[in-house]
Design a protein around this ligand. Structure first.
Ligand SMILES: Nc1nc2c(ncn2[C@@H]2O[C@H](COP(=O)(O)OP(=O)(O)OP(=O)(O)O)[C@@H](O)[C@H]2O)c(=O)[nH]1
Ligand SMILES: [Mg+2]
Length: 188
């Protein structure tokens, strides 16, 4: 049984040469501000990943050690970059080219209230082409009212047939146990 709470920050990478390829890992992808770092913190019961009100906080791939055997990988968000030196797509392509032997699962995070964007679709396709198993994670579910919940259910039924989806709130911890089990299964 993997214990995601046994977690430590390892390092940040921007280029293929410094990617960590020595252990199985899962990666959290999504638009800037969608809540990737918050989900990593909720899963690990920690505050290791930096959370910010300013979009674009995480600008590198950050690796977190789990039990000295695995990594949780927190990716930079896309969609808000002001720093043109950071080119998301080539970096993501290079990262995903590590393949499914190393990247056991990619979690594509989508804000529950907003649905999937063009950028998300691009990343979805990159993951698909790299043949890495994918999950869709709907974040910030605490912000949904009744009609928002109904809308999300509808969206899942229409747009995500055959894709496993997990709804969660890092703030209220709803769905986090479910997600944690999914991550453990992916790594084991
Ligand atoms: N209400 C609510 N707010 C959340 C939740 N998760 C994250 N947030 C807030 O959303 C903002 C962005 O969260 P981050 O976890 O930094 O998002 P990120 O995707 O890592 O952002 P980048 O690193 O910029 O790509 C912060 O203000 C968080 O407090 C949630 O479950 N519920
Ligand atoms: Mg972040």
């Amino acid at each position: 049984m993997i214990n995601l709470s046994k977690c430590q920050f390892v390092k940040s990478s921007v280029d293929l040469k410094s990617f960590l390829t020595d252990r199985p890992q899962v990666v959290f992808l999504g638009k800037s501000n969608v809540g990737k770092s918050s989900v990593v913190n909720a899963l690990t019961n920690s505050k290791l990943a930096q959370v910010s009100k300013m979009p674009g906080r995480t600008q590198q791939i950050n690796y977190f050690d789990i039990e000295g055997k695995y990594y949780l990988t927190d990716a930079p968000g896309y969609g808000y970059f002001t720093d043109s030196s950071l080119d998301f797509e080539p970096m993501m392509l290079a990262y995903l080219s590590l393949g499914s032997k190393i990247i056991k699962r990619a979690y594509l995070l989508i804000d529950s209230r907003r649905g999937i964007s063009e950028d998300d679709e691009l990343v979805y396709n990159l993951v698909y082409q790299a043949k890495i198993p994918l999950r869709i994670v709907f974040t910030k579910c605490d912000k949904l009212n009744q009609s928002g919940k109904a809308k999300l259910d509808n969206l899942i039924k229409k747009q995500f047939v055959g894709v496993k989806t997990i709804a969660c709130s890092a703030l209220k911890k709803d769905g986090i146990e479910n997600l944690r089990r999914d991550v453990e299964n992916a790594l084991e």
